[in-house]
Design a protein around this ligand. Sequence first.
Ligand SMILES: Cc1cc2nc3c(=O)[nH]c(=O)nc-3n(C[C@H](O)[C@H](O)[C@H](O)COP(=O)(O)O)c2cc1C
Length: 154
Amino acid sequence: MQVLIINGSPRKNGVTAAVLHRIEENLRGAGIEVLFYNLGEMKMSHCTGCNYCYRTGYCCMEDDAELLSKRIEEADGIVLGSPTYASNVSGLMKDFIDRGHFVIEQLLHKKYCITVASGENYGSQDTLKVLKNFESSEESCVIFRRKIERTAPN
Ligand SMILES: Cc1cc2nc3c(=O)[nH]c(=O)nc-3n(C[C@H](O)[C@H](O)[C@H](O)COP(=O)(O)O)c2cc1C
């Protein structure tokens, strides 16, 4: 089993990362392979709204968002973490969500998802809500490119 952890904080040693690394330790302790990515270390452009992905199932920009899609496709589960910024996810996480939006609407079920939001005083529930909308499932989530290939128009 493989789980992908995505830290949406620009601070790779921050609070969100600390929680995510604790989850990572527990998963590894249970014999689960874990891949950990800090969005702050990745090359990911803003979504340009070109709608290419709606037509083809693929993003026209070749950067780390595509790499993450592949990793998520291969994974059995995903852990998404974000700090609360102005009662929302971080800009990094929002870019990731925007870039994955169409892909994630093609979810296949039966993958696990954990969402984590850190914050100091208010708005973390709103952050969690954004993350949970993104994974958009009762109990499971996945980004699955092959599903898109089957459903996307030519
Ligand atoms: C730009 C910015 C906006 C923030 N907005 C909020 C907020 O609305 N509510 C809150 O509780 N904390 C807010 N915080 C605090 C962070 O959410 C909190 O410190 C978080 O745990 C930082 O996580 P990190 O160490 O992983 O980056 C904000 C911090 C920054 C830098």
